[in-house]
Design a protein around this ligand. Structure first.
Ligand SMILES: Cc1ncc(COP(=O)(O)O)c(C=O)c1O
Length: 497
């Protein structure tokens, strides 16, 4: 008969101390690690048993195996030279907040299920609202990701039109029009995912062209809406992006808000990454017009130092969200009735019932850094990004591919040997940059990712980790330059295209 219950307290205490040391050592030594493992697919899986263990394995052994079997397959996102995607980061207060939330393991679905979880979420969301410069009537809810947030926003937008989709669905109904959603050609793919999930259809997301600086072209938006109306389709919502995924460009929210008002369209702002700029006096401009939005999503897990996952959706009229998602089963009726006047049962504002206590880690981070400390870190990120841009501009073998607006730099190598001036140069540059990226990442000393801008492959340097300093950025830049020399040197001149 196996032992029941949890581990003896003394063992737990000893192991927790060990793990605390492990985490502190990991953070202290992260810079010496190779960022990305040189592994073939399935290497980790093949090292694990295919069947579950029949009998208990001591935790000491599991911890040893964690180091031996799992760690070799980890990409160290917290490494100061990890500059891929949007550099999410972790930090001491965030880790401590997560550990405590794990210990509590409460569900923030109703106020009753843990008053502190709900009330802290309410307070944290209001703190963040103030930091973002959103008016007081905006109310928030925490989800895991911005992808889930846009899904909820579009569901609320659709319900707001009065076709009763919540109740009657879409399938088999005559009289429900073809809804359309508008976003720039730079907007995130989560909008299509939301359209797929909601039954709006991927093809009904209209990608509106962007201008030279990758901002939505407002005239093109007007044309697209007019064209759909002529075809008797039903424009539903516009998604404006503040900080696009590739180049962190900022759509003209104010002008888009004018159009939405005139056309009676829901305006959702995807400020998942770029909303953090609003913490800076000089960054407030990115949110101009936001007060006229119907919903805004902001991801503190991208650029506000809260560890994954934490996404905040704000809606100007919270009852519109509640109208779609509130559904109280009998066993939760008592709970639901016990919430106070102004305190939500967050289960009413989304599809999720069980909800992690995410507000706790955010509370640790915000208090530990302070608004001022967070702003200083964001400002430093922008400074470092601009600094790299000056190095790129000063080196004739490279070019910037987009203005540097926030913490991201898009660039490419453009060596003369690859420029044939015969119309296929861009293809050759793409190959060159792909190889350069692969070589840089293969060193394990830096990690960059790529995007495509106007058809051209761009490398991205995304700053944002609290551990990243000018020394790291300089090291990465030197590495990129060195690696470019090796790519250029061993490549046959006419080997491409
Ligand atoms: C602008 C933008 N919006 C939305 C998302 C989706 O974010 P999430 O991973 O939280 O769903 C991303 C992801 O990077 C993004 O860059």
């Amino acid at each position: 008969m196996p032992e029941l219950g949890d581990l003896p307290e003394a063992d737990f205490r000893r192991l927790l101390h060990e793990v605390a040391d492990w985490i502190a050592d990991y953070r202290a030594g992260i810079e010496r690690r190779r960022i990305s493992p040189a592994l073939e697919p399935n290497a980790i899986r093949d090292s694990l048993p295919t069947a579950p263990p029949e009998s208990a394995v001591p935790l000491d052994e599991i911890l040893r195996d964690f180091d031996r079997l799992i760690m070799p397959g980890i990409v160290h996102w917290g490494h100061p030279a990890f500059l891929g995607y949007f550099a999410t980061t972790t930090n001491a207060p965030g880790i401590i907040g997560e550990m405590l939330a794990a210990a509590l393991n409460v569900s923030a679905m109703t106020w009753q299920t843990s008053p502190a979880a709900t009330e802290l979420e309410f307070v944290i969301l209001d703190w963040m609202r103030q930091m973002l410069g959103l008016p007081a009537d905006f109310r928030g809810v925490v989800y895991d990701t911005a992808s889930v947030a846009v899904l909820h926003a579009l569901a609320a937008a659709r319900e707001d039109l009065g076709f009763g989709v919540r109740q009657d669905g879409l399938a088999g109904r005559a009289g429900v029009p073809q809804f359309t959603v508008y976003a720039s050609d730079q907007a995130h793919s989560s909008i299509e995912k939301a359209a797929i999930t909601l039954g709006l259809g991927e093809a009904n997301v209209r990608r509106v062209p962007s201008d030279d600086e990758y901002r939505m072209d407002v005239r093109a938006l007007q044309h697209a809406i007019a064209e759909d109306r002529r075809a008797l389709r039903h424009p539903l919502a516009v998604v404006a992006t503040v900080g696009t995924t590739s180049a962190t460009s900022v759509d003209p929210v104010d002008s888009i808000a004018d159009i939405c008002r005139e056309q009676k369209l829901w305006l959702h702002i995807d400020a998942a990454y770029g909303g953090a700029m609003a913490l800076l006096e000089e960054g407030r401009y990115v949110m101009h017009g936001v007060e006229r939005a119907d919903s805004v999503v902001f991801n503190p897990h991208k650029w506000l130092f809260v560890p994954l996952d934490f996404s905040a959706l704000y809606v100007r009229r919270p009852e519109k969200l509640r109208r779609v998602f509130s559904l109280v089963p009998e066993y939760l009726r008592g709970d639901a009735e016990r919430a106070g006047e102004d305190i939500p049962n967050y289960m009413d504002y989304g599809i999720q019932l069980g909800r992690r206590f995410r507000a706790l880690k955010a509370w640790f981070v915000i208090r530990s850094f302070g608004r001022e400390g967070m702003a200083a870190r964001i400002r430093e990120t922008c400074r470092l990004a601009r600094l790299v841009a000056t190095w790129i501009e000063a080196d004739a073998r490279f070019e910037l591919l987009a203005p540097v607006v926030m913490g991201v730099v898009c660039f490419r190598a453009r060596t003369p040997g690859h420029d044939r001036g015969d119309g296929i140069s861009d293809l050759r540059f793409d190959e060159l940059n792909e190889r350069l990226l692969a070589r840089v990442n293969a060193t394990g000393a830096a990690y960059l990712t790529h995007t495509r801008l106007r058809g051209r492959l761009a490398l991205r340097i995304a700053v944002g980790n609290v551990l990243t300093t000018e020394r790291h950025i300089a090291g990465v830049w030197e590495l990129v330059r060195d690696q470019l020399s090796t790519v250029s040197a061993d490549e046959p001149r006419d080997g491409l295209a």
